[in-house]
Structure formats: structure tokens, C-alpha cells
Design a protein around this ligand. Structure first.
Ligand SMILES: [Zn+2]
Ligand SMILES: [Zn+2]
Length: 301
């Protein structure tokens, strides 16, 4: 399975030389298995870049695709009206995501994509967006087998497990936990079940311990907790994701080194800090997360 990162930042987009290497766009990942349509994970500002990619490759016309949406926070939805194949092209996108209490996913989107917040309503895009309410479920999108499960964050939030041809990728971008500095604490069994034995886990890694203590109500976790979820779930590769907008490239480097060191002591799974443009070739055979040049991936299709 080919996994490409178009936005890796959490909370809000950011810009400037201090964050240029990892990138400032918010959550958007695209997975694609041979013979299958691309499957989008979250609709953050990185989605715009994926639309530009499709247009550059001549794949935007008549686009038909699907997206798995973890929750409705701004950093996970703002890219939708800027996704060219649907916003100005005539494509169609099926979006699978959670209801917000009494509101269906469609109603929740209609409540934020409308004046005065935004001038264009979902139904006024040139293409079609079809919303599908998902809870703790199993369903199929094309040849992808999907499992969705609730993850502790703030408000109804899902994580997704995607399986195709024996390869599994799990996406848990926003996951709150007050895990102790010394590693004391629990990982919810439902999260472990969702992640169990995955070839790649893409997981929240937003905070240092100090930040987590000060911002616990925002529903994110430490890098150490991400490693602990990976260890207890027996995954084969971990991608640190949803980097804090205040974290410089140098700090993300340092947190990645810390996570790699911990992972080595915890059983030897591989760790990578996701950055915009990173492409991972994930296979069940190797269990590794080797990166391939983005350009090579782009020209192979
Ligand atoms: Zn988020
Ligand atoms: Zn969130």
C-alpha cells in the first residue's frame, strides 16, 4: 500500500522557515493500493495539494473517490472546499465520518460550510459530496476493508483501520491521554484492538510532557504515549503525526529521535516522523516502512 502525507500538522496550519521541512498543512493522508482508487484520510488543508497533484497528473476529471473523516475539528475539514476535483471539477467524493450528537455528518458540515463562516455550501460545490454517518463499524470502500472505532479526544472522534491484500494501516491522528512521565497509565483496549498488529500506525504525537500537562483538555498525547500505543498493539511501524504548530523542525527531529530510541528498546518497530511529501511503501512482508521518493511514486501512476 502506498501512503503519502499531504498535511501532517495538528490544530492549525502554520508557515515559516522553522517548520518548512515537516510542513505546515493540517491532516491529510492518501493511501492507495494497486488497482484501487485513492482513499483520503481526513480533509485538512493538505487536501488542496492532493487535488493539485491529481490535476497535474490529468486524474482530476471525473474524479470518484472516498475519504475517511475522523472528526469535525477545523484542522480536519478545511481542505474540502479547496479540493479542486470536487470544488471546481465535476468529481464526486464519498465522505465517511462521525455524527455530532443529534446532527448527521451532512448536517454538521452544512452548519460550518455556510455564511457567515464560508460562502459556499457543500451542495454548491461544482462536484458532489456524499456524506455517510459512521460509528464503531466495519464496512468496505472499493477493495479496502475499513474498521472504525471511537478514540478518546474531545467530542466524537474515530480512528480507522484500513486493510487491503493483507496489508493494514491504522490512522489515529487525534488521541488524548494523560499518560504519566514514567510510562504509567493505560491505553484503551478499544484502541489496542483497532491497532493490533498493524503494518503501519499513523498516530497523534503532538506534545511534550510539559505541553501535555498544560493542555490536557485539548485531547492530544505525548510522543512517548504514541510509542506506547504502538508497543502494546504490536504494530510494525509507527508514523508520528499531527505535529504541534509551535514545534520547529528541530524539535520534531528531537522527538522523533526520542521515539526511535524508545521503540528500539520496546521491540524494534520502526519510527518515522511524517512530513509533507513523505511516501511510504507499506507491505505485510517486510513490516518496514521504507520511504520511496515522492517523484518516483508520482510518475509511477
Ligand atoms: Zn486535529
Ligand atoms: Zn481534533
Amino acid at each position: 500500500m502506498r501512503v503519502e502525507f499531504f498535511g501532517v500538522r495538528g490544530s492549525t496550519p502554520c508557515d515559516g522557515p522553522a517548520v518548512s521541512r515537516y510542513g505546515g498543512n493540517t491532516s491529510c493522508v492518501v493511501v492507495e493500493a494497486p488497482g484501487e482508487a485513492p482513499l483520503i484520510l481526513d480533509l485538512g488543508t493538505g487536501l488542496r495539494g492532493f487535488g493539485c497533484r491529481l490535476e497535474a497528473q490529468g486524474r482530476a476529471g471525473g474524479f470518484e473517490g472516498a475519504a475517511l473523516l475522523t472528526h469535525l475539528h477545523w484542522d480536519h475539514i478545511q481542505g474540502l472546499p479547496f479540493f479542486g476535483p470536487v470544488s471546481t471539477g465535476g468529481g464526486a467524493l464519498d465522505v465517511y465520518g462521525p455524527r455530532f450528537h443529534d446532527a448527521t455528518l451532512s448536517e454538521a458540515f452544512a452548519g460550518v460550510m455556510c455564511p457567515p463562516y464560508f460562502p459556499v455550501r457543500p451542495g454548491e460545490l461544482a462536484g458532489a459530496v456524499r456524506f455517510h454517518d459512521v460509528g464503531s463499524d466495519s464496512f468496505a470502500v472499493g477493495g479496502y476493508g475499513i474498521r472504525s472505532g471511537w478514540v478518546p479526544h474531545t467530542g466524537p472522534t474515530l480512528g480507522f483501520r484500513i486493510e487491503v491484500a493483507g496489508v493494514s494501516v491504522v490512522y489515529v491522528p487525534d488521541h488524548g491521554s494523560a499518560f504519566g512521565r514514567g510510562g504509567e497509565g493505560t491505553v484503551p483496549q478499544a484502541v489496542i484492538d483497532l491497532c493490533a498488529g498493524a503494518d503501519l500506525l499513523i498516530h497523534d504525537a503532538q506534545y511534550t510532557h510539559e505541553e501535555q500537562e498544560a493542555k490536557a483538555r485539548f485531547g492530544h498525547c505525548t510522543v512517548e504515549y504514541a510509542v506506547e500505543v504502538a508497543r502494546r498493539s504490536g504494530v510494525r511501524g509507527l508514523a508520528l503525526f499531527h505535529h504541534d504548530p509551535a514545534h520547529s523542525d528541530a524539535l520534531v527531529d528531537a522527538l522523533a529521535a526520542l521515539a526511535s530510541d524508545r521503540a528500539e528498546h520496546a521491540g524494534g518497530f520502526e519510527v518515522v516522523a511524517a512530513h509533507e511529501g513523505l511516501v511510504l511503501g507499506v507491505s505485510a512482508r517486510s513490516g518496514a516502512v521504507p520511504s520511496v521518493p515522492a517523484a518516483a511514486g508520482a510518475t509511477s501512476r
